[in-house]
Ligand binder design. Structure first.
Ligand SMILES: Nc1ncnc2c1ncn2[C@@H]1O[C@H](COP(=O)(O)OP(=O)(O)OP(=O)(O)O)[C@@H](O)[C@H]1O
Length: 477
């Protein structure tokens, strides 16, 4: 809760004295605390007073919006006893206000940093194994298509009006751009509004800081440091799943941000409802903002990503080679980029253009070396976990719908994601024959065509979403 405002200065009457502005600044500082005051009303903006009319000069329209939301009410309340009850507030943009630039924010160590004293903190280790600084992602480099359009819109909304979508929850499979979006978001915020204190860190780092504060008995200062940031971005919040103590602390942080009108964006590898070992309270907080799913990129997006990366690496690809790479690595963007790296390195080494033939040969080797084989057992495990059923039950002869539907889905996915024959799949799921598997495959295809929905616990899923979620989890291992 913000401190209760005491009328530090008495009403100055209609003739505002020249030091009214000083009184107002002092009162603001007392109310906001020196750090926030300095940040928003120090060198970065200028207050002018003419009679009862107060003007705040700031550098960008973005800042006006932000200050209106965050401080206008407080500012007028504080100003009233000093300037008079008729006080009005207007804004001036583009005045000669000097903005104090933020220090470079990248943490230079991969180890969790015990101190949060920087204005912004990059969470995951931003160094490569070679010790060079990691490239920071930007939103302009992010290829947008149907698979991630909602997430990108959510991010843009967070930039213009964070509170309207907070907490923003981005989720999707491995390597499909969640970290890229959060880093891009931070970079854009810093550019648009350098005063904003934006903290980006992984959930794992959050836990490390918390553990350290606990053992050093510095919990109050740990919490105060979080209180000082305007926007909190947390990558990989699924890390908290099953970690009760950390969840409580994170929930406490979210609540505090909410109470103070500050905003949070997070990313995770799955939908909040699939965080099965996360408290209901935290899940419902995640659900209360904007939840956006990021899917694997479609053909056109993959092609665009390959093209851009090849250009960035100054490698020449034939059109057929570009298509070949884009069609070969469909699972996630990280793998796609890895493939382009291999071909670009070859191109530089040989000073030659990457042709279809070269691409086939090199990627054929790469795939043999790295493609993870999915087994029917992996699919079974994922389906059982998702539906909360035991393996024995799934394999049993029971025809209860609560078992037959997940069993049919597991069979359908086994056909789709493995090379196993109908008879092998049938044998795996309780010694059933091949025609049972064929019939399961047909039924699920029909249900998909009919856009059927399925109810799991209290949640209704479209079959398509459910299958995609299961696929992502299986592929992620
Ligand atoms: N739509 C996209 N456009 C351009 N590059 C992308 C896109 N999606 C992902 N990438 C790139 O793919 C790589 C992996 O992305 P990123 O690290 O953001 O994935 P992630 O979803 O956070 O994965 P993880 O779940 O493993 O943390 C990065 O190099 C990123 O720049």
């Amino acid at each position: 809760m913000p401190p209760v405002l005491s009328p530090v200065v008495s009403f100055a009457g209609p003739h505002v004295s020249s030091n009214a502005l000083d009184q107002l600044r002092t009162a603001l500082q007392t109310h906001l605390g020196p750090r926030r005051f300095q940040n928003w009303f120090g060198a970065s903006s200028r207050l002018k007073l003419d009679g009862a009319s107060l003007t705040l000069c700031v550098q960008s329209p973005y800042l006006v919006k932000w200050i209106q939301k965050q401080f206008e009410g407080e500012l007028l309340r504080i100003a009233a006893p000093i300037v008079g009850p008729d006080v009005t507030l207007t804004y001036e943009v583009g005045a000669d206000v000097s903005l104090t630039p933020l220090p470079e924010d990248a943490e230079t160590s991969s180890a969790p940093q015990p101190s949060l004293s920087r204005r912004t903190v990059a969470g995951p280790a931003p160094q490569s194994v070679h010790g060079r600084s990691k490239r920071m992602y930007s939103l302009s480099e992010f290829v947008v298509g149907e698979a991630n359009a909602l997430a990108m819109t959510g991010v843009q909304q967070f930039i213009t009006e964070p509170a309207s979508v907070s907490p923003l929850y981005l989720h999707g499979g491995v390597g499909n751009g969640k970290t890229h979006l959060l880093e891009g978001l931070r970079a854009r915020l810093r550019k648009e509004c350098p005063q904003l204190q934006v903290l980006l860190l992984t959930a794992e780092h959050f836990c490390n800081y918390f553990t350290q504060a606990l053992s050093a008995r510095t919990l109050p200062s740990f919490r105060t440091k979080f209180r000082n940031v305007d926007l909190l971005l947390v990558d990989d919040v699924d890390f908290l799943d099953g970690k009760k103590g950390f969840q409580e602390e994170f929930l406490h942080t979210l609540k505090q941000f909410e109470q103070e009108g500050r905003s949070v964006a997070v990313s995770a590898n799955r939908h909040p409802r699939l965080l099965s070992n996360t408290s209901d309270e935290l899940v419902s907080r995640f659900l209360s903002g904007l939840v956006c799913r990021i899917e694997s990129p479609d053909d056109a997006m993959r092609r665009e990503i390959v093209q851009r990366r090849a250009t960035r690496l100054k490698a020449k690809f034939s059109t057929e080679a570009l298509d070949h790479v884009a069609n070969r690595f469909t699972g996630n963007v990280r793998e796609l980029e890895g493939a382009v790296n291999v071909l670009s390195t070859w191109s530089q080494m040989t000073r030659s253009r990457v042709t279809l033939q070269v691409s086939r040969k090199l990627l054929g080797r790469l795939e043999r070396d790295c493609v993870r084989l999915i087994r029917v057992g992996d699919i079974e495990t994922a389906v059982c976990e998702f539906f909360g059923v035991e393996t024995e039950s799934l394999r049993s002869s029971s025809r209860k719908q609560s078992l037959s539907q997940p069993r049919m889905l597991a069979m359908y996915l086994s056909r789709k994601l493995t090379q196993s024959a109908y008879s092998e799949i049938g044998a795996h799921f309780g010694g059933r024959n091949h025609s049972t598997v064929m019939s399961a495959e047909r039924k699920i295809a029909d249900q998909l065509a009919a856009s059927q929905t399925i109810r799991i616990a209290s949640e209704t899923w479209t079959l398509q979403d459910l299958l995609q979620t299961l696929e992502d989890r299986i592929k992620a291992g």
